[in-house]
Design a protein around this ligand. Sequence first.
Ligand code: KG4
Ligand code: ZN
Length: 392
Amino acid sequence: MNILSIETSADETAVSVVQVTGEFPTASYELLGNALRSQAELHQGYGGIFPTIAKREHARALLPLLEQSLKEAHLVEPEPHKLPAEVIETLNTLLYREPDAAALLIPFLEQYNRPEIDMIAVTSGPGLEPALWVGVNFAKALATVWNIPVVPVNHIEGHVLASVFDVEEDNQLAKINFPALALLISGGHTELLLMQNWKQYEKIGETKDDAVGEAFDKVARLLGLPYPGGVEIDKLAERARKEKLPPLEKPLPRPMLTSGDLHFSFSGLKTAVRYAVQDQELSETAKAAWAREFQDAVTEVLLAKAKAAVDQFNIQTLIIGGGVSASRHLRQSFHAAFLESHPDLAVYFPTPGLSTDNSIMIALAGHAKIDGKLAPQAAVDLIKADGNKSLG
Ligand code: KG4
Ligand code: ZN
């Protein structure tokens, strides 16, 4: 079965073609085509994602990425033909809010054959709703023309599955023991999810305010670093550690460390940094010291809560996912700490390329959802983007 997967929930547009052999969770997933475009540079001046820019750029990027992915998969060949007028009308109706996408898609469809795709998996939430709609409508349009099902996918489940997907060795999901704990840390989410089995998620902890990635981005901005801030803070903090810079005179708080529950709060950290650095000209060294202190504060809290949940629920497998899981310091700290305190616990991080948003994880989540049965094409009208869609 070939799955075409589409991701547009934030500032990455991505399209993949994944060939699946077998059934979830023991299937193997061969990556036939993969194309991704990041808009991060366009949002740099805003310190976060600017919704109208995100929407516009997704609409422009989807078709080139689809074409790239299908060509890489050798699934399209030139086959000029005219689409019936009623098909064109349906496409224009489905994409009436994305005229940029429609204008590119119709000539493409008329130029090439119908590729061998069996279903489309698309992120329908959570995320930035106007951005999600672009991907959802594009998926609906393709599904209608090709007469195949669209499976709406939860972005967070995609991150969880990406973290246990072995893209380097066997192209399979790891054989994990349950109960498992997923710590999802991204630009929009900070959640602890208890998994008694595959596809079963119970939210046992979450942030009361900012997500970790959001805090990274805001603090980066306060330090005069470009968006997305996580990577920049990672680099600077590493420098501070290498050069053994002295600690800050007044360390940052470790929010909620002793709250006795599994919840988080990160907005206070941003405020603390703001008060400390406002109206100051920070040297590169001072920025590096702040980056390290901020990263330490966040990592300590995440680690403590993950440990508490592991003990409380007798967790056998810890899965860390989402953009912030790219942090090298976080990875090293988690591996070192759990190796010492819980040597039998299996700890998974995504391969670096799958930490941040991508469409490979959306194919995995789409396959998880169909339970081995490819449902007939459902009424596409029923598929909606939902910015607040939750898991568990
Ligand atoms: O999962 P993701 O790509 O998008 C969302 O679903 O939100 O996560 C993006 C977030 C951004 O806030 C970015 O600053 C953060 O992940 N991030 C990092 C690193 N790389 C990306 N945070 C800390 N360290 C990193 N190396
Ligand atoms: Zn994400």
